[in-house]
Design a protein around this ligand. Sequence first.
Ligand code: HEC
Length: 141
Amino acid sequence: MIRVMFSVLATLLAISVSAQDLTDAQRTAIEARIHPVGESCIEGDSGCGGVVAAAASSGPRSGEEVYNSACLACHSTGAAGAPIYGVAANWTDRIAKGNAVLYTSGIEGIAGTGMIAKGGCMSCSNEEIEAAVDYMVAGSK
Ligand code: HEC
């Protein structure tokens, strides 16, 4: 009888010990998972988490991607008098001004109009805005 009690006790002890181990392992795993979230990352800092590095290495967005995310809202509808993508008549006079002027309009905006600097995409590089202008011009001739 004592031997049976002993083995039951030993079993319980073993279970509680392994439960304790599991808890430690879980805690370590949880800490590893949540750690990057608590870090403050500066864009372009390659040593900071995987997410920022992955975003940085994906390279510049294409003109079409920038257009779809930052320009389409106005330029597909003509909101606020924006020249509409794909409507050549809206673009002939503007295209005649030359790419350099259109790039500047895209990057700096046009004061006093709905055309705000970079279409509001402040995370867009100048090159990405120029690519978006190229995309809009090419699709609107
Ligand atoms: C909030 C609305 C709005 C958004 C968003 C917007 N535009 Fe515009 N855009 C305008 C309006 C309005 C005009 C016409 C301004 C004028 O000449 O009166 C315009 C004009 C332009 C022109 C012609 C400029 C010229 O010199 O004739 C270009 C090029 C242009 N936008 C590029 C872009 C690009 C690229 C984006 C996205 C990155 C963008 N726009 C986002 C409203 C917008």
